[in-house]
Design a protein around this ligand. Structure first.
Ligand code: G3P
Ligand code: CA
Length: 255
């Protein structure tokens, strides 16, 4: 149990993505209405240098079109429908998502931005991301706790680049191996939190205490099962990412 006995904060993974098509404005709005404390998104660069919220390398699974995000302009992406079985929806830009987060007045929301393809583009994504956070005035928070943005990546290099350029921004080093997360990579790159999958956490519950001993929080993904929510609560995980933010908030309130 965490020392202050606080329930984990709930992060909506790609929005309330069990109920709505992932990475759409509708999915994120529903997550906020359901009480999510934070929103998670994946970002990719378009050919003309815009950051858009798309998980896969291609748009094939989540839109009406086909092709690589990195080979399409924003205008081309905007011709596609990302709404799936829901109402039609345009591709969501990072800028639109940040605007939603900062405009949500009833409580402060944190945005967890995961950078994809960090190695291939040699830091371009991180630079664009930092420029975008600076434009909104959220790249240099007064403290990690008060930051409105958290940058995450599976690539240690990406976390390292962010720490070097924006040392006050909180970061999460994601991974699916306790050896990687607990074995010094997070220390080397200066990540403020480690991000194990829920399977890794089940297999290595000591990860949370080990991270805390090194001054790091834990962000666990993707936690949709009631037993896993309970486990995260008991272990003192700080943030849990889920496709069911409303249900998860309700589960935590019962524990
Ligand atoms: O929140 C981290 C998690 O999203 C990582 O996995 O594949 O869903 O981006 P993925
Ligand atoms: Ca992600």
């Amino acid at each position: 149990m965490s020392p202050d006995n606080r329930a984990p904060f709930v992060v909506a993974h790609r929005g309330a993505s069990a109920a709505k098509q992932e990475h759409t404005l509708a999915a994120y709005e529903l997550a906020l209405q359901e009480g999510a404390d934070g929103l998670e998104c994946d970002v990719r660069l378009t050919r003309d240098g815009h950051l858009v919220c798309v998980h896969d390398r291609t748009v094939d699974r989540t839109s009406s079109g086909t092709g690589l995000v990195s080979e399409m302009t924003l205008e081309e992406l905007q011709q596609l429908d990302f709404g799936g079985d829901d109402d039609a929806a345009a591709v969501l830009t990072l800028s639109e998502l940040i605007t939603l987060v900062l405009d949500w007045r009833s409580r402060p929301i944190k945005l967890f931005v995961e950078t994809k393809h960090p190695v291939r583009y040699g830091g371009l994504v991180e630079n664009k991301l930092l420029a975008e956070l600076q434009r909104f005035g959220i790249a240099s928070p007064p403290s990690a706790a008060h930051s409105r943005a958290v940058v995450m990546s599976f690539a240690a290099t990406a976390v390292w680049r962010i720490r070097r350029s924006a040392p006050l921004l909180p970061t999460v080093l994601l991974g699916d191996s306790s050896v990687y997360l607990g074995g010094g990579a997070a220390t080397t790159v200066g990540a403020t939190a480690v991000g194990p999958s829920v399977k890794t956490l089940r297999d290595h519950p000591d990860l949370v205490d080990r991270a805390a001993a090194a001054g790091r929080a834990t962000y666990c993904w993707t936690v949709d099962d009631a037993d896993d929510v309970k486990l995260c609560r008991e272990l003192g995980v700080s943030w849990i990412a889920t496709n069911h933010p409303g249900r998860t908030k309700a589960m935590l309130a019962e524990l």
